[in-house]
Structures are given as C-alpha cells and as structure tokens.
Design a protein around this ligand. Structure first.
Ligand SMILES: Nc1ncnc2c1ncn2[C@@H]1O[C@H](COP(=O)(O)OP(=O)(O)OP(=O)(O)O)[C@@H](O)[C@H]1O
Length: 261
C-alpha cells in the first residue's frame, strides 16, 4: 500500500483537523507544552521527541483530556479553548492512551462495544462497527475471549480497535506499537496507512523506524516546543555521518536535537 504524501494532505470541511497556535499545556506544575504551533491535516503524522518532550501531554490535550493552559486550539474545526460542551467534537475522535484501563473480564467485543457506546454511536450501528474494528486489528478469532486471556500485544490491538470503532476523523495513538511483535508492527503500519487515507492520524512513538515506514510527515518536539515538521526524507536529510544513529532518519533526529537525547 502507498504512503500518503504530505502534499496530498488536503483540507476537507475545515482547513486542518488540528490547528494550534502558541498552545500551552500544563502537566502537574510543569508547562509540558509551551508555545506550540502545529497544523495537521489528513494523513499519518509521526510525533517524535525524547522522554519528557511533552508528547503525551500534547496528545492528551488534543484528545480533550487536558484543557489548554494558553494559546489557541481548534480540533475538527471547533475552537476548544474556553468551550464547555466538547461532546460533539469527541464523537469524531479516536484515542488510544499510553496506558489504557480496561475491565479484564470483558471480552474484546464487549470492550469495544462499551467504548462505542461511550462515544455515543447509534445503537444499531454498533455491532457492525465493532466487528469491522476487531477484524481490522486482526482479532476476529479472539473477539469473544476475555481480555485477561490475551497477550499484551493483543490487548493493545483491542485498544486500537476501540480507538477506530467510530471511524474517527482525528485518531490519536500514544505509543501504539508498545508490546507488538515485529510481524504485528508491520501489519499495524499497513493499517495506519489505510486509516490515514481518510483521517488525520497522530502517532506518538519512540520507534523511528515506524515513522519512516508509515508516516507522511514527522513532528519533532523537545521541551514542549516544535523543533521540526517535515517528511521523513527531510528529517533524514538533516543528519550526517557525524551524528548518532543507526539509520539516516535516526541521524537526522539526533542532529536536530543536538545533545537532547
Ligand atoms: N502529572 C504530572 N505531574 C508533573 N509533571 C508531569 C506530569 N505529567 C507529565 N509531567 C512532566 O511533563 C513533561 C512532559 O511529559 P510527557 O509525558 O508529556 O512527555 P513525553 O514526551 O510523552 O515523554 P515520554 O516519551 O517519556 O512518554 C515531563 O517533564 C514530565 O515529567
């Protein structure tokens, strides 16, 4: 399957699925995101950065879990700053947190159904949407098994299924490949590219090779601010033989971060 290029990441009903200007997000007493400008449209966007860069805080804010502490933020064309009713906007979101909670006695199907219900999907649409989501993550044969009987990688795939069950326009995945084995990661990248053909998909990861293989563009953050936004090829071009890394893209990453990782 073909990677969607940045140039094709065309505006749809609104200019950008995510449009942040001077965004600030507080995590505890820290300003984890501090003056971030970001515009993301359709396609798969890799979010990279060293530990503590602010990736999780940014994703939690885009998912409307954390309120912006400053700046401007539009999600799916709606201004979320100072807005109290975010339910309509949330119906268009899919979110896989880094550590997601689930009730271990639920089967995969019950878990995804429950999340579809929380997302206020029409009841008649839920069974079909759940079956499709479970099939897309390769768990159809385990759909009626309890979550407590699944491996860590399968539980993560169930987490991805709940994130995509409502065909979100904005899909936020925080470290989705954690716990997936190499074969599952390759299949997951194919799924990402499929999802990115009609949604804005933001994937936070430490795995630079996932970005190179599946993302149309890369957003690199450090200390809560944007360091770089461009294609994986542009990121690779920023590095040279004197920079740390096993691949061109890793060398570009370390060149842009200096001594930050
Ligand atoms: N609840 C909290 N209380 C205090 N500080 C926090 C809290 N959550 C995050 N932080 C701090 O905010 C900064 C950004 O954290 P965040 O988890 O967003 O980074 P990250 O890029 O996702 O890191 P990692 O790659 O390690 O997951 C870090 O310095 C972190 O220690």
């Amino acid at each position: 399957m073909r990677v969607v290029q940045a140039a094709e990441v065309a505006p749809t009903k609104y200019a950008w699925q995510v449009h942040a200007r001077g965004l600030r997000v507080r995590a505890g007493r820290r300003m984890a995101v501090d003056g971030l400008d970001l515009r993301l449209g359709r396609g798969v966007h890799g979010l990279l950065g060293p530990n503590g860069a602010g990736k999780t805080s940014l994703i939690r804010c885009l998912a409307s879990v954390l309120r912006p502490a400053g700046g401007e933020l539009e999600i799916l064309g709606q201004d979320v700053v100072g807005r109290s009713d975010l339910r309509a906007m949330r119906r268009g979101l899919g979110y896989l947190p880094q550590d997601f909670g689930y009730y271990k006695r639920f089967t995969v199907r019950e878990f995804v159904e429950y999340m579809a219900w929380l997302k206020e999907m029409p009841g008649r649409d839920i069974p079909g949407a759940v079956q499709r989501a479970v099939e897309r993550v390769g768990l159809a044969d385990r759909a009626d098994d309890r979550l407590k009987t699944l491996s860590g990688g399968m539980v993560r795939r169930a987490g991805i299924a709940q994130a995509i069950v409502n065909d979100p326009e904005l899909l936020l995945l925080d470290e989705p490949t954690t716990g997936l084995d190499p074969g599952q990661r390759v299949r997951f990248r194919e799924l990402l590219q499929d999802l990115g053909s009609d949604a804005c998909v933001v994937v936070s990861t430490h795995l630079v090779e996932d970005v190179a293989a599946a993302c149309a563009d890369v957003t690199l953050v450090a200390a809560g601010a944007l360091v770089f936004q461009g294609t994986p090829a542009e990121l690779a071009a920023a590095g040279g033989s004197g920079h740390v890394g096993d691949s061109p893209i890793e060398r570009g990453y370390s060149a842009l971060l200096g001594g930050a990782w």
